[in-house]
Design a protein around this ligand. Structure first.
Ligand SMILES: Cc1cc2nc3c(=O)[nH]c(=O)nc-3n(C[C@H](O)[C@H](O)[C@H](O)COP(=O)(O)OP(=O)(O)OC[C@H]3O[C@@H](n4cnc5c(N)ncnc54)[C@H](O)[C@@H]3O)c2cc1C
Length: 390
C-alpha cells in the first residue's frame, strides 16, 4: 500500500519531507507522473485523518526552517483549515451539493460521463489522471485542478459528479477541500473567477509528458448559480471539562488525542460512519488508520448499529460523559446528526481550528495574514522528540 495507514508512517513521511519544505515553492507545481510525486509532501491522507495534525506538521517544518524559507508550504497546510472553516460557516453549500448529486443520478449512465471516469475521453492527460486516481487513490494538486477544469469546461459534465468521483476515490477525500476546490475551479467560490486548464501550462508542468493542444476549451466562461449561500455565525463553544468517567469517541476525520486540558480519558472507542460512496482501497486505509489509533489507545472499535454499539460501550465502561472532536460539515456530521444517541457527545475544538476557522469568512487572505502570529506562538519540538524511534 503506498500510504501505510499508521501514525508511524505519517511521521516517517513528515520526517522525510521536512528537509525539502524550503524547496517546495519551486517544486510543488510539477506533476512528475505516477509514483514520482517527489516535489510535494504526499501528507494529505495523514492530515485528512489527523494521524498527524496541521499544527504538528507546521511545528516540524518550523523546527528546521524559518517561516520565510518554508512560507509556501506553511500556507498550503493552512488551506485545508481555511476550507474547513469556510464550510463550517456555510453548511448549506454541502447539503445543496449532496441533494443536487441525488438529482443527477440518471446522468451516470450517459456515455460522456462513463468515458470520463474510465479514462476513455481521448484526451491523453485526462485519461491518464482518471486511471491514476482510480488505481492509486491520489492525484497531484495541479492534476486535480487540470482534471476538474477539463471535466467542467471541456467535457461539460456537472461539477457535482466530478466532485463525487474524487470523493469516492481519493484517499484524502475531504468534503470541505474537495467540494470547495471544485467550486473554486468552476468559478463559484470566487464568483466569476474560474480556473481554465491550458495545454501550454500542462505541457510545462508535466515536463512535456502531455500536450493536449487543440483539445481543450480554453475560452470557457465561469459557471454561475442561482442560490446564494448565506454565511452563518461560527459556533465555537468552550471545550468541555467533564468529570466522572469520560469516553473519547473517535471518527476517522480526527484520530489525534484530545487536548490535555480536557482531563483524564477513561476509555476510547472509534466508529467508522458509512460513507456516501467509497472504494475498498480507501476503506482499507481508513480502517487501518482507525485500528492503528485504537492499538495505541487500547480502544474499542464499535461495529454494527452505531446506537446499540455505543450503548454497549457506555455500559461496559460505565461512562458518565463522552467527548468527540467537533465533527465538521460533511459525511461524519450528517451521520451523527441522524442518530438518536443515549448520551450526546460533547464536542471539543483544537486551538488551531479555534484560532483559524473564524478567519475563513471570505477569501484566503485574512487567514494567511494571521499565520505569522500563529507560527511565532508555536514551540518547536526537538527532532528526536517529534520523531522518536521510527
Ligand atoms: C479539484 C480539487 C479537489 C481536491 N480535493 C481534495 C480532497 O478531497 N482532499 C484533500 O485533502 N485535498 C483536496 N484538494 C487539495 C489538494 O489538491 C490536496 O490537498 C493535495 O494535492 C494533497 O497532496 P499533498 O499532501 O502531496 O500536498 P502538498 O502540496 O504537499 O501540500 C501539503 C498539504 O497542504 C494541504 N493542501 C495543499 N494544497 C491544498 C489545497 N489546494 N487545498 C487544501 N489543502 C491543501 C494538504 O493538507 C496537503 O497535504 C483538492 C484540490 C482540487 C483542485
Amino acid at each position: 500500500m503506498p500510504f501505510p495507514p499508521t501514525r508511524a508512517a505519517a511521521l516517517e513521511q513528515l520526517e522525510n519531507f521536512v528537509p525539502l519544505a524550503a524547496k517546495y515553492a519551486s517544486t510543488r507545481n510539477f506533476d512528475l507522473g505516477t509514483g514520482h510525486h517527489t516535489g510535494v509532501s504526499q501528507l494529505s491522507p495523514y492530515l485528512r485523518t489527523r494521524l498527524i495534525t496541521e499544527e504538528e506538521a507546521t511545528r516540524a517544518v518550523l523546527g528546521k526552517h524559518s517561516p520565510r524559507a518554508a512560507e509556501k508550504f506553511l500556507q498550503e497546510i493552512a488551506w485545508r483549515t481555511y476550507w474547513k472553516g469556510w464550510l463550517e460557516m456555510r453548511p448549506a453549500v454541502w447539503s445543496h451539493y449532496t441533494s443536487t448529486l441525488a438529482d443527477l443520478e440518471k446522468q451516470r449512465k450517459l456515455p460522456d460521463y462513463q468515458n470520463a471516469i474510465t479514462g476513455n475521453t481521448g484526451i491523453a492527460c485526462f485519461d491518464h489522471w482518471a486511471n491514476e486516481l482510480t488505481s492509486t487513490c491520489y492525484l497531484h494538486n495541479h492534476a486535480r485542478m487540470w482534471f476538474a477544469s477539463i471535466w467542467i469546461f471541456t467535457l461539460k459534465l456537472p461539477w457535482q459528479l466530478g466532485a463525487d468521483f474524487f470523493l469516492t476515490h481519493l484517499i484524502d477525500a475531504d468534503p470541505a477541500s474537495n467540494t470547495l476546490s471544485w467550486r473554486w475551479v468552476a468559478g463559484l467560490h470566487t464568483r466569476g473567477k474560474h480556473y481554465l486548464s491550458r495545454a501550454s501550462n500542462i505541457e510545462k508542468f508535466t515536463h512535456g509528458r502531455f500536450n493536449p493542444s487543440g483539445q481543450l476549451n480554453e475560452s470557457a466562461t465561469p459557471l454561475t448559480e442561482q442560490t446564494d449561500f448565506e454565511k452563518q455565525p461560527l459556533h465555537l463553544p468552550q471545550n468541555p471539562k467533564p468529570s466522572g468517567r469520560t469516553g473519547h469517541l473517535i471518527f476517522p476525520e480526527d484520530l489525534s488525542p484530545p487536548p490535555e486540558s480536557i482531563g483524564n480519558i477513561t476509555a476510547t472507542a472509534a466508529f467508522i460512519p458509512p460513507s456516501l460512496n467509497t472504494t475498498p482501497l480507501v476503506e482499507n486505509f481508513l480502517s487501518g488508520a482507525v485500528h492503528d489509533t485504537l492499538h495505541h489507545t487500547h480502544g474499542t472499535l464499535l461495529t454494527g448499529t452505531f446506537e446499540s454499539a455505543l450503548n454497549d460501550w457506555i455500559s461496559a465502561e460505565k461512562l458518565d460523559s463522552i467527548i468527540i472532536s467537533k465533527p465538521t460539515v460533511g459525511i461524519a456530521r450528517d451521520f451523527l446528526e441522524s442518530e438518536n444517541l443515549p448520551i450526546q457527545p460533547q464536542p471539543f475544538i483544537r486551538d488551531w481550528d479555534r484560532e483559524l476557522w473564524p478567519k475563513a469568512t471570505a477569501g484566503f487572505f485574512k487567514l494567511k495574514k494571521a499565520l505569522p502570529k500563529i507560527h511565532s506562538s508555536l514551540t518547536y519540538p526537538r527532532h528526536e522528540d517529534l520523531f522518536p524511534h521510527i
